[in-house]
Design a protein around this ligand. Structure first.
Ligand code: UDP
Ligand code: BGC
Length: 312
């Protein structure tokens, strides 16, 4: 009797052991299969996400390209970037501004006008070309330095109904604070830019072209508006200008010293001389960007300062 009970007990133990082993086997298999089933690309994209640049601005849940294409918004903004050899800055600027504008429901086109000739940099002529290239598609524009990244969602890039909006106003620009300053980031209707005949083409090298445009706006009685209620002061824009790596071309040659302070009544978007070397539609971290590679032509008689003086 005792033997039979013992045998039954052993049988029971054996059955329990087999059940436990089977349970363990199937559980482990499930876990293994789960790991194996993770598609490789999603593991990769997670790893890559750690490297993806994310702007310091709230990204709304509904942040998609749909908003940028919102057909309820009748307006479209051309973000015109005068550009030469600022690759690192553009890599940061393009996705940043694309997300920033998308969050605001601002339909936009990012236009880089890249100067590829051998002359000195001419910011105003590049902006004129940006205007010519985008006026058929956009009804307002913002001339935007590539090194100023808007860092406060209260800064609005919506249609400037009532006048010209100087977004990088002297109150909030990281380094420039004089009252008549209109550089950095200036937004206006295409029709207002055309009214001023665009910008002067005689400014080669750094500076003064924006001050001359201030005079054009004044002459045409355009109202200059500046952002109000911004509480982030000089941190409203992230400024990514390294002045050692990107020195400014302050040189002045011959009559440039005098001419730079005068109102230029002759040149504008309708007189800018250039050759379009090529056009490229590219995407930078999800941001669509149109690049115009342009060769500016210089009238050496009128503006001999378009090249640096050769050493004698
Ligand atoms: N810029 C450029 N390459 C140059 C010089 C200027 O791309 O060699 C463009 C760029 O968009 C830059 C803007 O022109 O942000 C204004 O130039 P910069 O930043 O040197 O002048 P700042 O406004 O800081 O005095
Ligand atoms: C120049 C402007 C420039 C500003 C910045 C002025 O002297 O003429 O072009 O944007 O300085 O401070």
């Amino acid at each position: 009797m005792a033997r039979i009970s013992m045998l039954r007990f052993l049988l029971l133990c054996l059955t329990l052991t087999i059940i436990s082993c089977m349970h363990l086997f199937f559980n482990c298999k499930e876990t293994k299969d789960e790991v194996r089933n993770v598609p490789l690309h999603s593991q990769e994209s997670e790893a890559m996400n750690n490297d993806v640049f994310i702007p310091n601005i709230p990204i709304h849940k509904n942040d998609t390209h749909e908003l940028a294409d919102d057909t309820n918004n009748p307006h479209k903004l051309a973000v015109i970037i005068p550009f030469r050899e600022r690759f690192d800055e553009l890599m940061e600027f393009a996705p940043w501004i694309h997300i920033f504008l998308t969050n605001q429901g601002v339909r936009h086109k990012i236009v880089v006008v890249n100067q590829v000739d051998i002359h000195r940099f001419n910011r105003a002529s590049l902006i004129n070309i940006g205007f010519i290239k985008s006026r058929g598609e956009c009804d307002y524009m913002v001339m935007h330095d590539v090194d100023l990244l808007p860092n406060n969602p209260d800064l609005k890039y919506t249609f400037p109904e009532k006048g010209v909006h100087h977004l990088a106003s002297p109150d909030i620009h990281p380094i420039y604070h004089y009252a008549k300053y209109v550089g950095g980031v200036l937004m206006l209707k295409m029709s207002d830019f055309a009214l001023c005949k665009g910008m002067s083409n005689i400014f080669w090298g750094w500076g003064r072209e924006d001050d001359e445009f201030f005079m054009r706006m004044k002459e045409n009685n355009l109202q200059l508006l500046r952002p109000t209620g911004i509480t982030t002061g000089y941190n409203t824009f992230k400024h990514i200008h390294d002045k050692v790596k990107r020195p400014r071309d302050y040189k002045r040659y011959g009559s440039q010293k005098q001419v730079q302070f005068k109102r230029d009544t002759e040149t504008g978007f309708d007189t800018v001389q250039y050759k379009l070397a090529s056009q490229k539609d590219i995407t930078i971290d999800g941001a669509p960007v149109t690049v115009y590679n342009v060769e500016l032509l210089c009238d050496i008689i009128k503006t001999p300062w378009c090249d640096h003086d050769k050493p004698k």
